[in-house]
Design a binder for this molecule. Sequence first.
Ligand code: ZN
Length: 170
Amino acid sequence: MAKLVAQNHPALRATAEEVPAEEIRGKKVQKVLKDMRAVLLTCPRGVAIAAPQIGVPLRIFLVHDIPADHDEGESRVPDMVCINPKIIKLSRKKEEFEEGCLSVPNQYGKVTRAPKVTLRAYDEEGEEFERGASGLLAQIFQHECDHLDGILYTDHASETWKTNDNYEKE
Ligand code: ZN
């Protein structure tokens, strides 16, 4: 059974590889997606996960059922698979967000990020899509793309602190 790798695992510090588009519907990638979902579901209040977090060096992340993204007129953002994601637009304005990470247990911190972004990626069927996001979803997109480049939020947090609660983690 797949599981989260330890905080010092080299996969968390590597640049993950692109998934060839024609392999997205293949068994190997679909198994990775299944493993990522299974691990995320074991994490209380976990909202997203990137493949390197389970030791798989591929450019994939998924988002699980997060609260409303009001700008998009939705009540919930449903499960979303993002393969070979690229942030193609970032708002010039930046805001401070509180953030945690499944790979950095019992800690969170403050990170400066764009409150609005546009992401381009492939879904699990191999279809390319673009998605604008604000607030939590925009934060998640940036946090997860960082994972694919071997970056943890603690690398650029303005401050971090220890906690024992289950603050929402990405
Ligand atoms: Zn994370």
